[in-house]
Ligand binder design. Structure first.
Ligand SMILES: Nc1nc2c(ncn2[C@@H]2O[C@H](COP(=O)(O)OP(=O)(O)OP(=O)(O)O)[C@@H](O)[C@H]2O)c(=O)[nH]1
Ligand SMILES: [Zn+2]
Length: 356
């Protein structure tokens, strides 16, 4: 099996920056990253490669440097047949969530997606707070955010629900789909055209695998329903994967994440809440606390009903979360810096000669 790297998104600027040096160091895109081993799609087929020294050093410094699904990498072939990922090329976009660790570190869920679709089922009741949070993450990634409402065959008036939800997704295309009936899929097609990559971001059970299968026109992902049948119970997708769309580009499926923590997503948050950000900018005082100051645009929008109290509360919550994470990260960075200086001073004293 060979791969047309161009349909996977390898373009002229990447080719110019990283010319193919034959077998010695070849480009490839990560389809799946496991602990220390990646499946990389190279022009002449998929390979399993372990991590090279440089990549390991970068990853020890910060886990976000670990290769992840969607990354473009350079793979080296060694004389003894070993294959290693020697470099992770700079990401054009990255969906980064906060890990469960105490210190504010990030985990890349998907790299180099052109569009990031937030996947939310219309049934059961869509979770507006989750949509807002995931949209902030999608905006922050640098990819074009989309809101895909799945299972629209299960509600009476999907168009009306979509119109309601569009209010919490300013500037974002809202696409109701039913993978089961095949409706709405045409609107997603341009995002998986050759050379393009669509990332899916949503909770487990939202219908991501079913959607991927519908887009691919084949069963390329195991869905919950199918797994239920073979008696293994309600297992879910735990790995991320880059799935090729025949005749088109690719889909990046992220694991069904129950809770996605935001990291330093201040810019993404402002874009996801462009309506709120605009009001805040219109307050008379630049440092308005929106607690009854004269000329507060937020207060008057809340009073007139232009801004829903739920949305304002949601923005405040996410804002606090991001501010907290940024403070924590800054504290960690300055602690690291202090440690570094301690080491330098110690080394300096040691070199300055014996103290006796
Ligand atoms: N009625 C209806 N059911 C759907 C549709 N899409 C998915 N489902 C069902 O929803 C359930 C979950 O779908 P999956 O595709 O496995 O969900 P997922 O998001 O991939 O879940 P994880 O693998 O856990 O990440 C399955 O039972 C599907 O049959 C749809 O368009 N309509
Ligand atoms: Zn104000």
């Amino acid at each position: 099996m060979t791969f047309d790297l161009a349909s996977l998104g390898w373009d002229a600027s990447l080719a110019a920056a990283y010319p193919d040096r034959g077998d010695e160091l070849r480009p490839g895109r990560v389809a799946r990253a496991d602990r220390g081993v990646c499946t990389v799609l190279c022009a002449d087929g998929p390979v399993r490669a372990s991590l090279g020294g440089g990549v390991l050093i970068a990853a020890a410094r910060d886990a976000v440097n670990l290769p992840c699904a969607g990354d473009w990498t350079l793979v080296r072939s060694w004389p003894d047949q070993r294959l290693t990922v020697e470099a992770v090329l700079p990401r054009r976009t990255a969906i980064v969530r906060r890990t469960a660790d105490k210190d504010s570190t990030g985990q890349v869920l998907a790299a180099n997606a052109d569009a990031a679709a937030v996947i939310e089922p219309l049934h059961p009741e869509p979770d507006v707070g989750r949509i807002e949070r995931l949209l902030a993450l999608a905006w922050e990634s640098g990819a074009q955010p989309l809101l895909v409402l799945t299972k629209c065959d299960l509600v009476a008036d999907p168009v009306a629900v979509a119109a309601q939800l569009a209010e919490v997704a300013p500037g974002v295309a809202v696409l109701p789909v039913s993978a089961q009936r095949g409706t709405g899929l045409a609107q997603l097609r341009p995002w998986v055209a050759a050379g393009r990559t669509l990332a899916l971001l949503g909770p487990s059970g939202a219908g991501k695998s079913t959607l991927v299968n519908a887009l691919a026109g084949a069963t390329v992902m195991t869905t919950q329903g199918v797994r239920g049948v073979d008696g293994k119970g309600r297992h879910t997708t735990t790995h991320r994967e880059l799935i090729l769309i025949p005749g088109g580009g690719a889909v990046l499926d992220t694991p069904g994440v129950r809770a996605v923590g935001l990291l330093d997503a201040a810019a993404g948050l402002d874009q996801a809440f462009a309506d709120v950000a605009e009001l805040i900018a219109a307050c008379r005082f630049a440092d308005c606390g929106h607690r009854g100051e004269p000329g507060c645009a937020v207060r008057s929008a809340l009073e007139s009903g232009d801004l829903a109290p739920r949305r304002w509360a949601s923005w405040q919550k996410l804002q606090r979360e991001v501010a907290f994470e940024m403070r924590r990260r800054d504290a960690r960075l300055s602690a690291e810096e202090r440690q570094r200086w301690k080491r330098i001073h110690k080394e300096h004293r040691r070199r300055a000669g014996p103290a006796r």
